[in-house]
Design a protein around this ligand. Structure first.
Ligand code: TLP
Length: 362
């Protein structure tokens, strides 16, 4: 069976063009700084993002954690959003690797603003752990791919800098944000001291992320990458795919956003599924399935049996992510299959019998 895989944009496989570029990539030992393809990728990325320097890293997680480590010292606090990836899905690395304490705050749709952050800053008294860093996420994954407005990012960074606090951007899907708000990634990255961006999500590269910042920052980051075991040798084979991801793939992300909106509008009409399709800005759709009477895992299991893969985030929510291996037709097929699957849902049956009895108190 061919699966329609909506679990994540991380599942995308390299395009034929990437495969060719990988096969013919010029390589050298990148720990000696001698891999020409890696050097080209990093220079090109620095140009595109208008930052002084860039560093190729094995994963988004390592990229984020290198940045946390370079910006902070042990015993400091890091302010981040309650549902942020760095806090939820990176194995407490900020505590283990950097000795820092997360101070989480809640943002509307995952998006923080300065007043919320200001209230969480440590007062400058000797018995409180100082705030060493603020981390933002754009797009915000668990809040449903929401886009952080550039004005908000500018204000947060300007105010944080007045207080001497650096700001890191988890921009795993910054290209999606750029497409959605009609800005360049350079503009979206500008206010931040460091940015991590993934090549292996919607951009389709098989492996790899980049971190961007000042030359001095990237020099320190390279040392931390080595410490974590992320110094790679003839990694130009991956950078070759990364270059194509960077140059060619952003232009088609708009399709993923259109497909996500199509999916969201269709899902919103199905019984038992709760979501606001108006809130879908990029390639992520998060749906509450509680009213189906199934858990998210049970719902995902039923869909799998029909050839549709989705991810369950917690007991009642599932995530759909569009990407270049899912077409508009696939989305329509998925909607049809989901509609059929929902006919079996205990919640849907309850709705029918309630309606028959004219009983609506549920
Ligand atoms: N996100 C993955 C899962 O880990 C949840 C996904 O399928 O979306 N920042 C953000 C905002 C991310 O969404 C992810 C990956 C990362 C960082 C980490 O990237 P990797 O997986 O390369 O370590």
């Amino acid at each position: 069976m061919r699966f329609i895989d909506l679990r994540s944009d991380t599942v995308t496989r390299p395009t034929p063009e990437m495969r060719e570029a990988m096969a013919s990539a010029e390589v050298g030992d990148d720990v000696y700084l001698e891999d020409p393809t890696v050097n080209r990728l990093q220079e090109r990325a620095a140009e595109i993002f208008r930052k002084e320097a860039a560093l190729f890293v094995p994963s988004g997680t390592m990229g984020n954690q290198i940045c946390v480590k370079v910006h902070t010292r042990p015993g400091q606090e890091v302010i981040l959003e309650e549902r942020s990836h760095i806090y939820n899905f990176e194995m407490a690395a900020m505590a283990v690797i950097s000795g820092t304490l997360p101070r989480v705050v809640r943002g509307r749709d995952g998006l923080l603003d300065w007043p919320t952050i200001e209230a969480a800053l440590s007062p400058a008294v000797y018995y409180r752990a100082p705030t060493g860093l603020i981390c933002l996420e754009n797009t915000h994954n668990l809040a449903g791919g929401t886009v952080l407005p550039l004005e908000t990012a500018r204000e947060i960074c300007a105010r944080a800098h007045e207080r001497g606090v650096p700001v890191h951007l988890d921009g795993a899907r910054l290209f999606n944000a750029a497409v959605a708000c009609g800005r360049s990634v350079a503009e979206l990255a500008e206010p931040f001291d460091s940015v991590m961006v993934c090549l292996s999500k919607g951009l389709g590269a098989p492996v790899g992320s980049l971190i961007l910042g000042s030359r001095a920052f990237i020099e320190e980051a390279r040392a931390v990458r080595k410490m974590l075991g992320g110094g790679m040798r003839q990694v130009g084979v991956l950078a070759a795919a990364g270059l194509i991801a960077l140059e060619k793939m952003p232009a088609r992300l708009i399709e993923d956003h259109e497909n996500a909106r199509l999916l969201a509008r269709g899902l919103a009409e199905l019984p038992g599924l709760a979501l606001d399709p108006e809130k879908v800005q990029t390639n992520i759709v998060i749906v509450d399935v509680a009213a189906t009477g199934w858990t998210a895992a049970e719902f995902a299991e039923r869909l799998r049996a029909q050839g549709v893969l989705v991810g369950s985030l917690d007991a009642t929510t599932v995530r759909f992510v569009t990407h270049y291996e899912v077409s508009r037709d696939d989305c329509l097929t998925a909607l049809r299959l989901i509609r059929e699957v929902l006919l079996e849902a205990p919640g849907a049956r309850a709705e029918c019998s309630d309606a028959e009895e004219g009983d609506h108190h549920h």
